[in-house]
Design a protein around this ligand. Structure first.
Ligand code: ZN
Length: 344
């Protein structure tokens, strides 16, 4: 009965935390001259936060496009495989069974995802290749326009009114046929709706915030949240766009986003997509940081939710805010595990 909150946190953390969006492959690629980056730079924080599964997102920066999108994507995956092979603590997971096996062995599992289909160019055959390499979730776009569609912009309105291109529709259909989860993060409002019209399986939104608290197209509206809920999908809450205001970018406000989604569509449809980005942002020179802020928006990192070692702070605050053990477990991992079980 009188379990201390420390014991309760420990117990809830032990089953592991699943974060469906982490820009790991691009960082491994940028550090390709080094070895054991995963073990030396990432493992301590993953362990401190009891991280069990990460969505490892392939993302191609503008400076590599259009010529080198495919090449850099392959190199990012190559670094992920090489780093994983060099350690006993990690595993790349292509199926639900492999996720379970990684957990049983105490390994941290990577589900490879793709944020923007730039690596495919306009060649649907490449989708099959990336599937074979282990890509299991795909979001068609980042904030920019590509061969598949248009990204939602970092303003309340203004992206093109049209949805997907014919190629984008082909990619979506082929993803469903192959068993690649469709990720609705970043796509513009018209594309969001169109994807739901041409698919039947539960969608995910790997990392997003709610427009109620930060009203930009890049986040999702109450109507969109309901559409995901109706289809049994899961929405991962992002840590870097919880508010346009720095002073409101707090752990409590992060939880407000979780609560809002749970109020609209139930606790079974909300999970984590931290999108921790401070470790990359802080490696950049100031000029590049300013460039990012000008192109998108200034990211407001939550002081006590900035990296994976901080996952315990979230668990503690969820308990303090009155979430039941069962609810906390669903948010931390259970809902994503359900999606993996249904779709992978
Ligand atoms: Zn993103």
């Amino acid at each position: 009965m009188n379990e201390s909150i420390e014991r309760q946190i420990e117990r809830l953390q032990t089953g592991g935390i699943i974060d469906m969006h982490f820009d790991l492959p691009m960082d491994l690629y940028e550090k390709r001259g080094r070895r054991d980056v995963l073990e030396t730079e990432f493992l301590p924080e993953f362990q401190a936060g009891n991280i069990s599964v990460l969505g490892a997102a392939i993302y191609i920066e503008d400076r590599y496009l259009p010529q080198n999108g495919l090449r850099v994507a392959l190199d990012q995956i190559a670094r992920l495989y090489a780093e994983t092979a060099a350690s006993r603590r990690f595993a790349i997971c292509k199926t639900y069974r492999e996720v379970q096996a990684a957990q049983e062995m105490g390994k941290i599992g990577f589900v490879i995802t793709m944020e923007g289909v730039e690596p495919l160019g306009t060649d649907l055959n490449q989708l099959r290749v990336f599937y074979e390499l282990g890509v299991r979730a795909i979001g068609l776009t980042h904030a920019r326009t590509n061969s598949a569609g248009h990204g939602g912009i970092f303003a309340a309105s203004g992206s093109p009114a049209e949805g997907l291109t014919p190629f984008g529709r082909e990619v979506v259909r082929e993803c469903e046929a192959l068993g690649v989860i469709i990720d609705l993060a970043h796509i513009n409002p018209a594309g969001f709706e169109e994807i739901l019209l041409i698919t039947t399986k539960p969608p995910i939104v790997s990392h997003t915030n709610v427009r109620r608290y930060y009203n930009i197209e890049r986040n999702i509206s109450d109507e969109e949240i309901r559409m995901v809920g109706e289809r049994g999908g899961v929405i991962g809450v992002n840590s870097i766009l919880v508010s346009p205001r720095e002073e409101e970018s707090t752990l409590d406000h992060y939880i407000d986003h979780i609560e809002h989604i749970a109020e609209l569509i139930g606790i079974d449809s909300v999970g984590i997509g931290f999108d921790f980005f401070a470790f990359i942002f802080r490696q950049w020179p100031e000029s590049r940081q300013k460039e990012l802020a000008a192109k998108f928006t200034k990211p407001h990192f939550i002081p006590d939710l900035t990296n994976h070692s901080h996952a315990r702070n979230l668990t503690r605050r969820l308990i303090e805010r009155g979430f039941s053990d069962a609810d906390v477990e669903k948010i931390l991992r259970g809902n994503w595990l359900r999606i993996f079980k249904e779709l992978l």
